[in-house]
Structures are given as structure tokens and as C-alpha cells.
Ligand binder design. Sequence first.
Ligand SMILES: Cc1cc2nc3c(=O)[nH]c(=O)nc-3n(C[C@H](O)[C@H](O)[C@H](O)COP(=O)(O)OP(=O)(O)OC[C@H]3O[C@@H](n4cnc5c(N)ncnc54)[C@H](O)[C@@H]3O)c2cc1C
Length: 272
Amino acid sequence: MAILVLARQQASQSNSPSKVQTSTPSLRSYVAMDAHLRFCWAACDVPGFKRLLPSLWREMKFFNNIYELVGLPVVTVQLRYNGWVTELQDLERSRQLRQALGLDNLLYTPDADFPCFADLALTSPEDYYREGQGSLLQCVLTPGDPYMPLPNDEIIRRVAKEVLALFPSSQGLEVIWSSVVKIGQSLHREGPGKDPFRPDQKTPVKNLFLAGSYTKQDYIDSMEGATLSGRKTSAYICNAGEELVALRKQLAAFESQEQMEAPTTDDELSVV
Ligand SMILES: Cc1cc2nc3c(=O)[nH]c(=O)nc-3n(C[C@H](O)[C@H](O)[C@H](O)COP(=O)(O)OP(=O)(O)OC[C@H]3O[C@@H](n4cnc5c(N)ncnc54)[C@H](O)[C@@H]3O)c2cc1C
């Protein structure tokens, strides 16, 4: 997904010590920080949001907690075969290439280093079925740590071996094409004691909202989790309307009272 930002000034400008001076920011400091982010909804992954965070915001437990979360290495391996690996009913037909056969679903296993996989030639034939070719297995190695330093050939060898252990009937089928994609930091690493560090979508900065599957929601880090987080975020934003208007008025009062430096750039909408 993307990040949608409606900002008056860069969040990083709130790093200015004149705006955030104490470890327990006063109401005025909060208002000043809020003013810098006129309205922001950040739908990043964990490493991406850490890059956006002004370092001084780590003084707030809410934001500092996010540094307890780390992105997990994930390795995606695709293997194209000269037959149908997941066809379990008819061995002979699993060797023909006129018709796609096998398990047309997302598959899960506890018995391989890739807990989640699918034959894309069956599940997404429009994009991945090729005439004269067989299964295109996509195997997602999570956690991918042990595989990160390995050369691609070795990764492919190990994954093909695990595929054969899961589907002994595919003995004799050959891998005719393969691909390996390594992502150093991807999904947040779930682990004992980590859940309390996942942030709520509503932050202590009143007009900054978070979304993304790493934020607190009922599902694991998944597309469903990302969707649920987005729904929670939009509910918070809808509910915050009056509060945001009040915040603006409060700021205007501060500005006129103490002639705080006014933001210079116009509101702008950017979709990254
Ligand atoms: C290989 C793989 C296979 C998967 N398979 C499944 C599956 O089968 N089913 C399932 O449910 N889930 C699956 N997942 C998990 C699922 O993809 C994620 O949980 C989901 O995409 C998270 O959505 P998100 O919107 O929170 O984050 P993302 O989809 O990661 O989107 C975050 C976006 O923010 C951008 N970004 C980050 N930092 C910044 C920044 N500082 N500025 C601007 N933009 C930034 C990133 O480029 C990215 O586009 C898989 C994940 C991987 C890696």
C-alpha cells in the first residue's frame, strides 16, 4: 500500500529543540508538533516509519516502542516445473502439459522453511500459466534469516528438496526456471513479548495517524491485517474532526500571543 500525506511542513522540522524541549512535552510542545504535521496518515512498514520519525519523538514512549519492532528478512523463491507438482490424484496426468492440474489454493505447511506457498500457474493462471510448462511454485521463506547469506543456487536447491519432501509424487519433475528475491526487512518479526510494542493507529500527536499491518489490530501481519488497520485509522480520523479544529484554534491563539513563526508553505497533497 502507499503512504498518503497531507502536510503543511516536513515532520522532521519538529526536531527543532525549541519546539520539543522536555522529556515530558508540555501542552504547548504537543501543539507545536501537531502544527507541523497539519494532517498526516502514515501507512508504512516498520523500517519505513522509523525513517520518517524525527529522532526527538523517541522521547515519547509511544514512538520509542516502535523501535522494539524489527522487519523480518523474507526470501521469495519461484520454481517453474515441467509438470504439475501438487497433482496428487493422477500421477500420469501430472506429467502432461496440455492442462493445468493440482491444488488451486494458497497452501500452508509447518514442515518446510516456507510456511506459505502456492502454484501460481493454478491460482493466477491469467498471469502465470504458460502453455507447454507446468507448475510455478511461489514459496515464501519466513523467517528468511538463514537463507539471506546463501547463493541463489543453494537456496533453489534447498527449496526444491523441501518441495519434493512435501510432494513425493513430484519425483522426477525438473525445475526449468527459477527466481530468488531477498528482502532484508519486510514483515515485522512477531515474537513473545513483542505485541505490546505495536502502536495504536491513534498517536500522541493529535493529527498524526498510523496505518499498516504492523500497527495494533486483530490479525497477524497480512493483507487482511493491513486492511483492518486502515479501517481503524479512518474511524479515528472521522472521530477526530472536532478535536483537530479545536487544535487549530488553540495554535492560532498561541501564535498571536507569542508571535510564533508561522509555517510558510501551502498545504499540499502528495501520494507516494
Ligand atoms: C513475499 C511476501 C508474501 C506475502 N504473502 C502474503 C499472503 O499470501 N497473504 C497475506 O495476507 N499477506 C502476505 N504477505 C504480507 C502482506 O504483504 C503484508 O502484511 C501487507 O502487504 C502489509 O501491508 P501494509 O500496507 O501494512 O504495508 P506494505 O504493503 O509493506 O506497504 C508499505 C508501503 O509503504 C512504503 N514506504 C515505507 N516507508 C516509506 C517512507 N518512509 N516513505 C514513503 N513510503 C514508504 C513502502 O514502499 C510500501 O509500499 C506477504 C508478504 C511478503 C513480503
